[in-house]
Design a protein around this ligand. Structure first.
Ligand code: NAP
Length: 256
């Protein structure tokens, strides 16, 4: 098996491949978009913040690759439905899908969560990824080595007080990934895996742990390299969880 955590990006192992990244405007998604570009992929970058997408485009060009910018709110399900058709018309296929965008949601006892907060977290963290699966699955199956990586969290395997909304979305996301992996394994070259970044130096982490020193945490670039490792054509595992903190690929169910 190739070294997942430190692929050789400079060898441009993803040249000629099309890679879609959600939440590409900052944090882990932005770092992943840049790492995929460095590895040679054309990046289809999704997020709501247009200025950040433009800056990403400039950085990708500096790396010698190209990007397509898609300013999109992932709560806009019809727009997600249109995305697959637009990518098909322009590129004819998709090789890589990184379902990274996420929100922390309310850090509140379940009994006190406001319905809108619940709906918003479910919409971005779970429903949007299912809508993306519907929209992108046919394009990924056409690829000679389709790869999907859905970004989860260690919270999916705990039942920590006040983290319920977020944990429930991530537990659902993992079941989405595992089920999809089983559905496509024998009929296509599409491989679907989950990655748990662990604590990472981003805005989301700072929101959850405002008193923490960010310099004690791994950088998004460290996680991004591992995500690219799961996207390489010679990475053939499917339905697994790559746990970045322990650098191990785990089968489900994941031991506590
Ligand atoms: P972040 O810095 O807050 O970035 C979140 C990204 O999601 C942004 O690019 C944001 O873009 C996008 N996003 C949020 N809502 C959106 C919406 N409605 N439509 C489109 N895009 C939306 O978070 P991060 O820490 O990099 O997190 C990335 C992933 O890692 C998440 O799934 C998170 O749950 C997971 N994770 C993070 C940690 C950690 O310690 N950081 C740990 C475990 C798991 P716009 O605001 O521009 O739309």
């Amino acid at each position: 098996m190739p070294d997942i955590s430190a692929p050789n990006l400079a060898a441009r192992p993803l040249a000629g491949r099309y890679a879609l990244v959600t939440g590409a405007t900052r944090g882990i998604g932005q770092a992943t978009a840049l790492a995929l570009a460095e590895a040679g992929a054309h990046v289809i970058a999704i997020g709501r913040t247009s200025g950040a997408l433009e800056e990403l485009d400039d950085a990708i060009v500096q790396l010698g690759s190209t990007a397509t910018l898609v300013p999109l709110d992932l709560k806009d399900s019809p727009a997600i439905d249109r995305l697959g058709g637009a990518i098909y018309e322009r590129f004819g296929r998709l090789d890589i899908f990184i379902g990274n965008a996420g929100v922390l949601g309310p850090m509140t006892p379940l009994a006190q969560v406001e319905p809108k907060e619940w709906d918003d977290a479910l919409a971005v963290n779970l429903t949007a990824n299912w809508r993306l699966v519907r929209s992108l699955d046919p394009l990924l199956r056409v690829s000679t080595a389709g790869r999907a990586v859905l970004i989860s969290s260690g919270a999916a395997h705990k039942a920590r007080a006040f983290w319920g909304t977020y944990a429930i979305t991530k537990a659902g996301l993992e079941m989405l990934a595992r089920t999809w992996a089983n559905e496509v394994a024998n009929i296509s070259n599409l491989r679907v895996n989950v990655l748990n970044p662990g604590p990472t130096r981003t805005r989301m982490r700072a929101k959850a742990f405002p008193g923490e020193d960010p310099d004690t945490l791994p950088a998004p670039e460290d996680i991004a390299a591992a995500i690219v490792g799961l996207c390489l054509p010679d990475f053939d595992e499917t339905g697994k969880l790559y746990d970045f903190p322990s650098r191990t690929l785990k089968a489900f169910p994941v031991p506590a």
